[in-house]
Design a protein around this ligand. Structure first.
Ligand code: OSB
Ligand code: MG
Length: 365
């Protein structure tokens, strides 16, 4: 099997409703997709970089550039694991690397007839679905959004928080929907250790975890904060590799890990993060980056591994998109099904893709 080239494509996906986090508001998702063409098959990759470098240093145009200028020319084989090794000499750019690896892995698995889930080691055919709820304009609109998600069957609610939008929304959701709802919060690094006493007020709401309260590079302060709170800490932005996960766990910087393949450079490294955490008895869950059906298919396969013991941000397609590029992922009894077909097990619809495309370029390899 030989790689002939990769088509880079940017699509603009309108969001159902704006998604607000402590780092910004997203009105539409600008997604970079890769189509790897080999002598035997095609494979799809989705780059999770966002349009601006607000969640991490990567952004869509930068990812497209590094893929074209450095990552694709460095490929010596179209075996995903070997490609990942070849790309590792370039510093950083994990989301760009993850997208290339995903496209090659999909091509390779489609050629051999194996699913992503089987390849990664999935032990479940469906995974429980959680949902990430953006910062709302006011408490009544937050409550109506949460009510809708609970009615749809979501098994876990994650509220985005920031200074000024934390204790009150959590208290309101608990008061309205009760103590049985699995509830957690995500700060996207919006606090400092000086906020410890304020954050300790969240301890009375029996949250599953507080995700990434402090800066990405501040593992020591996370370890200090963890000792001041009863609520478990989870890390997202800080966990950039399996090695970083091992270090964070050894420091006591978190008790739970959010696994995002884009953030750690790919699905193979994501599996290693899972393995490190499993060896430490630390629960993990699968994060999300507003993926289309392509990235969602791979995430759901990953979330079916045995260490993923908490519901992830593996929502249905219609959480974000009225029309997905693939057949939509739907909620079935609060779960999302792991595709069983070869590779990702889903494929984009050519017409939907064409109608959303803003830029496309063929890069021969
Ligand atoms: O911190 O988990 C995060 C979305 C974009 C960037 C960062 C994050 C998120 C989410 C949404 O919380 C996850 C999803 O539903 O895809
Ligand atoms: Mg997060």
């Amino acid at each position: 099997m030989k790689l002939e080239g990769v088509e880079l494509r940017r699509i603009k996906m309108p969001l159902r409703t704006p998604f607000r986090t402590s780092f910004g508001t997203e009105h539409e998702r600008d997604v970079l997709l890769l189509r790897a063409v080999t002598t035997e098959s095609e494979g799809w990759g989705e780059c999770v970089a966002m349009s601006s470098p607000l969640y991490s240093a990567e952004y869509v145009s930068g990812a497209a550039s590094v893929i074209k200028r450095f990552l694709l020319p460095a490929l010596t084989s179209c075996d995903a694991a070997q490609a990942s090794q070849a790309m590792s000499r370039f510093k950083g750019h994990p989301m760009a690397k993850a997208a290339v690896e995903m496209a090659l892995l999909d091509a390779q698995l489609r050629a051999s007839g194996m699913s992503f889930g089987t390849y990664l080691g999935a032990v479940r055919s469906r995974v429980p679905a959680g949902v990430s709820v953006g910062i709302a304009p006011d408490i009544p609109s937050l409550l109506s959004t949460v009510e809708g998600f609970l009615a749809a069957g979501y098994q876990r609610i994650k509220l985005k928080i920031e200074p000024g939008w934390d204790v009150a929304p959590v208290r309101a959701v608990r008061a309205q929907f009760g103590d049985d709802v699995l509830l957690q919060v995500d700060a996207n690094a919006a606090y400092t250790l000086a906020d410890a006493r304020h954050l300790a007020q969240l301890d009375s709401f029996d949250l599953l975890m507080i995700e990434q309260p402090l800066a990405e590079d501040d593992l020591r302060d996370h370890a200090s904060l963890a000792r001041l709170l009863r609520t478990p800490l989870c890390l997202d932005e800080s966990i950039v590799s399996a090695k970083a996960a091992a270090f964070a766990l050894s420091l006591g910087a978190c008790q739970v890990v959010n696994v995002k393949p884009g953030r750690v450079g790919g699905y193979l490294e994501a599996r290693r993060v899972h393995d490190v955490c499993a060896a430490h008895g630390v629960p993990v869950w699968c994060g999300g980056m507003l993926e289309t059906g392509l990235g969602r298919a791979a995430n759901v396969a990953l979330a079916a591994l045995p260490g993923f013991v908490l519901p992830g941000d593996t929502s249905a397609s219609d959480r974000y998109y009225v029309e997905d590029v693939t057949e939509p992922f739907v909620l079935e009894d609060g779960h999302v099904r792991v595709p069983g077909g070869a590779g990702l097990g889903v494929a984009p619809d050519g017409e939907v893709l064409a109608s959303r495309t803003t830029w496309v370029e063929w890069v021969p390899v």
